[in-house]
Design a binder for this molecule. Structure first.
Ligand code: ATP
Length: 226
């Protein structure tokens, strides 16, 4: 008898201000390595009083994500955080995803090396790391080590960097794992894009976003003001 394997959904949280080719390369690359059925982009609500740096209104960030992901059937956007701004913590989002999408789904939460190195500052971070599998992706210019997490958590890390990731075997039902991968290693950042758009220099930033996203940024004159 064939045992149907679980549906694999990766949750990809971020500010996406704007979504760029680094995010998309991560989504594409991990889709292959982890045989993902769906990548769910989750733009973060950023409360006005928490905006240390100016963040573009959620509607613009959502619109750019929609333009960038529309052609890819298995890339979708969730408004779970935008619809519930009173509960913006990842731990809440993961718990709610488990409730709504339920059994039969294997969850993976995607984050870059920079987010991973700050994970211990997240609200209920140890619980976050047990609520789903995680995939930590290398990022040029960022350290990717494991010393900042507890020994118990370290035991759940599966470091596949430098290995043949085409042959990666994913366990089902063996507790939440934290996969560390360099299957994608792309030097693109939203901060650099915003700075480049603001500057009077060349248009090199256009290469770092989808063409429709570049058009959108120009049309609505995003990132022009400091
Ligand atoms: P900013 O420069 O504004 O901090 P960002 O480029 O890091 O933005 P975010 O929207 O904050 O983009 O990123 C969402 C998630 O994607 C984070 O976990 C981040 O680490 C990850 N990420 C972003 N860019 C890359 C990249 N080039 N490679 C790997 N992970 C990335």
């Amino acid at each position: 008898m064939l045992i149907a394997s679980m549906k694999r959904i990766a949750l990809y949280g971020g500010t996406f201000d704007p979504v760029h080719t680094g995010h998309l390369a991560v989504a594409h690359g991990l889709s292959k390595v982890f045989e993902l059925d769906e990548v769910l982009f989750i733009p973060a609500y950023v409360a006005p009083h928490k905006r240390v740096l100016k963040v573009t209104p959620a509607l613009h960030r959502y619109a750019m994500l929609a333009l960038a992901t529309q052609a890819e059937d298995h890339f979708r956007i969730s408004t779970i955080e935008l619809d519930a701004p009173e509960r913006p913590y990842t731990v809440e989002t993961l718990a709610r995803m488990q409730e709504t999408l339920g059994d039969g789904t294997q969850f993976f939460f995607i984050m870059g090396a920079d987010s991973w190195m700050e994970i211990a500052t997240w609200h209920e971070w140890e619980r976050v790391l047990t609520l789903s599998n995680h995939i930590v992706v290398a990022r040029p210019g960022y350290e990717l080590s494991v010393e900042h997490v507890t020994p118990v958590i370290r035991k759940r890390i599966v470091d596949v960097r430098g290995k043949d990731q085409a042959a990666l075997e994913i366990e089902e039902g063996d507790g939440a794992k934290i996969y560390v991968t360099d299957a994608v290693n792309m030097d693109v950042s939203a901060t650099a894009i915003r700075q480049a758009v603001r500057g009077e220099g060349d248009d090199g930033w256009v290469e770092d976003v989808q063409p429709l996203v570049a058009d959108y940024i120009r049309k609505y004159r995003l990132y022009k003001e400091a």
